[in-house]
Write a protein that binds this ligand. Structure first.
Ligand code: FUB
Ligand code: ZN
Length: 626
């Protein structure tokens, strides 16, 4: 058991909202543009095709038949609306705004007098509300409604959606609040959503309800609900197996676990509860030291859509659900805000640039639910899914990615992520603007310029990413040598308009090897440059990628290819491969007769998150080396 980390003062950072951040780079900006122009419309069409809007109409009309879709179908609609709200905040669009209002009006009509809304129950089993909290996702759907409503309110200032949310939250509070029964959802999500609702409305009831759900988790209420003798009940999948402070390992369903920990981090940020914080740190250690993919994704197993045991990270069968990469980003961001340590943001950055973004095609209309780290050519994107949790989750994440970039405390402005663009920050009663110019993640040089109405003293904290082994820094041309503290270099001074900081993060191609206990990666390397993990695709390298061997002494070159995918980093180098044409014959041969390891091959690797955007074929992240 590792030693507990020394007690750490709470940083309690406040994220600079995405509405204050403009991204103008060559990486995220095109993705956001595609999200706004293609994904949003596509998603609305899919919601139509798959019945998500239809079931809302059925519920609104009081119908009892004709339901289509899965029981948590409403959540996909709400996540899409949340994504649309974010796009409206940065790009006002009266037509889309009106369309959103029409859907909100439909939801409002479907909402029952007492505040209840869940189309699956209303249409198919109105008498069974709250009878199966373990499996039926009622409060999960409610949570996504709360998040969408808050986003809509923040984006437009309107309260039509927020009113629906608070009415539903009121019903839940009455039933499961301090004067009610103990209840929490089999799929955590309402916990973090209620915190957002509390922050948006100032109504403390929502905080109390979230806290109560978290404090009681582990009461094993699902045992009684399903008439399972408690001694035979295994609540692991739902993280309902022990009191919340007693967890020492991440387990169960990956999305559920990371959503729950996000809610716990939110509560801990307010209460400073040492037991919760220690548990969060321990679970983060377990996750990131033993149970996470190099791409930032979690949950290797399809069987439980979740965790197995330490160091079990298969590549071909990696589940790494897109939503799980989103979930760890939510959790890591909250840990950053709680403790102000860059190691959390390192993981968020890895997930953002790799396991998460691989979930969506460059067209914005094709998706992965499962994100393997190797494919023999049969893994393809889909326009949507019967269980469509991932596509709308991506839509909301991509639209709001700006909210992960900056945060502030009373005296410090933190820069967590590097992208060209600007942020307007209200700081110490003054409006500041910080502008970044960079080709990140393809190049590690970042120019930052401060603009302020008048000179302002504050501490500018720049994250030195965990992947970076060497960096240099200057302020107004003068070199600064200062060691990072918890992953941030602090530049404390009075800043005036035009002050310039240049940060140079050395970004060589790195050959990464995995811990010796990850048996699936034994004898292999992965290629990484900056935060981006690379892979080989058949379209560039021919078939049988498993046969390619990268000699340890071969130089590997990282460069920017302006003609591929509108501009992207690639890695090239000389490798070797065994071709069947030169095989002497038979299924097995003495090594001495094969000429192994084969003939020269010019290797070309592309970012993992860009794979499956050309003709289909094999893909591989972990490569043989010698
Ligand atoms: O259960 C709702 C969502 O569907 C989960 O978050 C995903 O893992 C998928 O099972
Ligand atoms: Zn999903």
């Amino acid at each position: 058991m590792p030693k507990p980390e020394p007690a750490q003062a709470l940083a309690k950072l406040e994220a600079v909202p995405f509405t204050q951040v403009r991204i103008k780079d060559r990486f995220w900006a095109p993705r956001q543009e595609t999200n706004r122009k293609a994904t949003v419309e596509h998603s609305l069409q899919m919601l139509d095709k798959y019945g998500n809007l239809l079931v809302m109409q059925l519920a609104a009309a009081g119908k009892r038949e004709g339901f289509k879709g899965l029981l948590f179908t409403d959540s996909d609609l709400y996540k899409t609306l949340e994504g649309i709200a974010y796009t409206l905040a940065t790009h006002p669009d009266p037509k889309l705004d009106k369309r959103m209002d029409e859907i909100i009006a439909l939801i409002s009509t479907a909402q029952m007098e007492d505040g209840y809304i869940d189309t699956w129950f209303q249409v198919t089993r109105p008498d069974q509300r709250f009878k199966n909290l373990r499996d039926w996702h009622e409060m999960y759907c409610a949570g996504h409604l709360f998040e969408a409503a808050v986003a809509h309110h923040q984006a437009t200032g309107k309260t039509n959606f927020l009113d629906i949310a608070t009415k539903l939250a009121g019903l839940l509070y009455e039933r499961y609040g301090p004067d009610g029964e103990v209840g929490y959802c089999g799929h955590p999500e309402p916990e973090l959503a209620l915190i957002r609702l509390w922050k948006a409305t100032g109504d403390k009831r929502w905080f109390t309800l979230s806290q109560r759900m978290i404090e009681h988790r582990g009461d094993k209420i699902f045992a009684a609900e399903h008439k399972t003798p408690v001694e035979r009940y295994d609540g692991t999948y739902w993280l309902d197996d022990m009191p919340i402070r007693e967890h020492t390992e991440i387990k169960g369903h990956a999305v559920r676990a990371a959503y729950l920990m996000s809610g716990v981090a939110d509560i801990a940020r307010e209460t400073g509860d040492a037991g919760l914080i220690e548990m969060l740190q321990q679970l983060w250690r377990n996750t990131t030291q033993k149970r996470i993919y190099i791409t930032g994704g979690i949950g290797p197993s399809a069987a439980n859509e979740g965790f197995t045991v330490d160091y079990d990270l298969p590549n071909l069968t990696a589940y790494q659900e897109t939503c799980a990469s989103i979930a760890i980003s939510l959790w890591g961001h909250r840990m950053t805000l709680l403790l102000g340590d860059a190691k959390y943001m390192d993981v968020v950055e890895t997930a953002l640039y790799n396991g998460l973004l691989s979930g969506i095609g460059l067209d914005g209309k094709s998706f992965f639910y499962v994100n393997p780290l190797a494919s023999e050519g049969s893994h393809h994107r889909s326009e949507w899914f019967e269980c469509a949790c991932c596509p709308p989750n991506l839509a909301r994440l991509v639209a709001s990615v700006g909210s992960y970039m900056y945060s502030k405390s009373a005296d410090t402005l933190y820069v967590h992520l590097y992208n060209s663009g600007q942020a307007h920050v209200e700081f110490g009663g003054r409006d500041l603007q910080i502008e970044q110019q960079t080709e990140y993640p393809w190049d590690g040089k970042v120019n930052l310029t401060i603009s302020a109405d008048s000179p302002t003293a504050f501490d500018l904290a720049l994250r030195i990413p965990g992947w970076c082994r060497d960096f240099s820094l200057s302020v107004n041309g003068e070199s600064v040598t200062t060691a990072p503290v918890r992953g941030y270099v602090h530049l404390q001074r009075e800043w005036s308009s035009g002050d310039q900081v240049v940060l140079n993060l050395a970004m060589p191609v790195e050959r990464i090897v995995a811990h010796p206990d990850v048996r699936q990666d034994a004898g292999c390397i992965a290629l990484q440059r900056g935060p981006v993990v690379y892979c080989l695709e058949e379209v560039d390298n021919g078939p049988r990628l498993a046969n390619i061997v990268v000699p340890d002494d071969t130089p590997l070159t990282g460069k920017f290819d302006p003609d591929l995918f509108g501009g992207v980093g690639v890695i090239t180098g000389n490798a070797l491969r065994v071709e069947p044409e030169s095989w002497p014959g038979g299924l097995y041969q003495p090594l001495a007769t094969t000429g192994y390891p084969g003939t020269p091959h010019t290797l070309k690797a592309i970012p993992y998150c860009f794979w499956a955007n050309r003709e289909p074929g094999e893909m591989r992240v972990w490569l043989r080396h010698e």
